[in-house]
Design a protein around this ligand. Structure first.
Ligand code: SF4
Length: 470
């Protein structure tokens, strides 16, 4: 059992398969691989040739989708979802996939991302008499879809999504097949693969590795693919816009063994560390260490670039139960002490470079630095493999409010004092973009949480969105 227990919460992983004899079991395995994208609820929906059945629950994949329950979900096509919630929103009615029946059709939906005009859309729909079952903005897409006068599900979906702003990588399971679609900016990843001749779609390629599927390509920003007995039919129903894939997927969210946005996450993370070493060396340092696990790959890159030895100065306890993923501040502080233990023999008397992927509130980082200091470090020089996070995300990542973002409240010196390090440096915005693009330029990136430059119009209502993010 793993959990990441940080103040950066990821929102949702999705997986779908069409026309495979072990559809539900394959979704179950794939959701294991995507568990890092959401640990609070999960679910699966399966089409058995007549009807879509679904099963959702609170908890990790093995808690909710046990083999006995999966046996009841017979069928050849299925979608699945894992979700992380914001404080207080961890409720069953928000667990996905959602399932609706309307006139002669049933549809199940799994969504990763966040609509930025959800408040306005929901109010309009409620004025027209719509009744919502959940507080999730994904349900808005279904309401818009059933109101469309288009003849096909694809046409209805395209019309519904043309009214939605923000981020969505979506899977829809229908009586005819599977539909995958990515918003025109391509904020969240969505990958296409094949297993035993059957098409599969997943948030990240690590899911394909686990089930033995071959990675074919990514769904392009703004692309919709329909997978049915006719095969795979791609369409591009939206006007093209400059792509803006979430750069934070590379920095923290995606698994390092995945390929997304055209690149290996592992390689990009290492390059971020190398750029950091180039920009902010620590003369006379003895070792480079990471805050595990998220800082491991950038720390390795930093060490390789700087020629310093990389050491595991902290060991992570992998046996922490779900009790400690509760997102209250008090629990978070307990979790820091329980989760990571410094190795005194590695750290004592050393001038240490500590590499971390990012700092959000600073409280978690401060607790870890304190532990390293108590283990006898002579000097602690912290290096962060992204720029300071100063702005909220409206596209599906739950950073705390601006006031809780430490880089928004304090300058560099103030943050260094707060977390208790001898020096602190962040990777520059230019350095990050350079490292992320690598040799192969793979399109544009959203950097809004660092730069404040939002790729889309941010509706005023999104600032106080009462709906849940995914
Ligand atoms: S604001 Fe930051 S976290 Fe949100 S999509 Fe953009 S880069 Fe990603």
């Amino acid at each position: 059992m793993t959990n990441r227990m940080t103040d950066k919460k990821e929102f949702c992983g999705i997986f779908g398969i069409f026309d495979h004899p072990n559809a539900a079991e394959t979704v179950y395995l794939s959701l294991y691989a995507l568990q890092h994208r959401g640990e609070e609820s999960c679910g699966v929906a399966v089409f058995d040739g007549r009807k879509i059945r679904h099963l959702t629950g609170m908890g990790l994949v093995p808690d909710v989708l046990c083999p006995e329950k999966l046996k009841t979900l017979k069928g050849n096509s299925a979608i699945g979802h894992v979700r992380y919630s914001t404080t207080g929103s961890s409720i069953l009615k928000n667990a996905q996939p959602f399932l609706i029946s309307h006139n002669k059709f049933s549809i199940s939906i799994a969504h990763n991302g966040n609509l930025t005009n959800a408040v306005r859309l929901r109010r309009e729909l409620e004025r027209q008499g719509a009744i919502f079952q959940s507080t999730m903005d994904s349900e808005i897409i279904l309401h818009l879809l059933v109101r469309s006068k288009e003849n096909t599900i694809e046409g209805r979906l395209a019309e519904a999504l043309s009214k939605c702003d923000g981020a969505y990588s979506l899977l829809l399971l229908t009586g005819e097949g599977l539909i995958g679609v990515r918003d025109p900016y391509g904020f969240r990843p969505l990958c296409l693969g094949k297993k035993d001749g059957s098409f599969v779609l997943a948030s990240e390629t690590c899911a394909f590795d686990l089930i033995g599927a071959e990675f074919i390509r990514e769904i392009a920003p703004g692309e919709m693919v329909t997978i049915s007995k006719r095969g795979l039919e791609p369409v591009e129903p939206f006007s093209p816009v400059p792509p803006a894939s979430c750069v934070f997927e590379f920095i923290y969210f995606a698994r390092p063994d995945s390929r997304i946005f055209g690149q290996s996450v592992y390689e990009v993370r290492k390059r971020l560390g190398m750029s950091l070493a180039h920009e902010s060396p620590v003369p006379g340092a003895d070792i480079v260490m990471s805050i595990p696990d998220s800082g491991n790959y950038a720390a390795l890159g930093y060490a390789q670039k700087s020629g310093l030895p990389f050491e595991f100065g902290m060991i992570r306890n992998h046996y922490i139960g779900r009790t400690f993923i509760q997102p209250s501040q008090e629990m978070r502080e307990h979790s820091v002490k329980i989760k990571l233990n410094p190795i005194m023999g590695v750290i004592k008397g050393k001038k240490v470079v500590v590499v971390e992927d990012s700092i959000v509130r600073g409280t978690t980082t401060g607790g870890r630095i304190k532990a390293i200091r108590e283990a006898g470090a002579k000097e602690i020089h912290m290096r962060i493999s992204c720029p300071p996070i100063k702005f909220p995300c409206f596209y599906g990542i739950d950073f705390p409010s601006r006031k809780q973002l430490i880089a928004n409240e304090l300058d560099l010196e103030g943050i260094a004092d707060f977390i208790g390090v001898d020096s602190l440096e962040y990777l520059s915005l230019e350095g990050m973009i350079e490292a992320v693009k690598g040799k192969a330029h793979c399109g544009g990136f959203c950097t809004a949480c660092f730069s404040g430059q939002y790729p889309t119009k941010v509706h005023k209502s999104a600032l106080k969105n009462p709906f849940e993010k995914k």
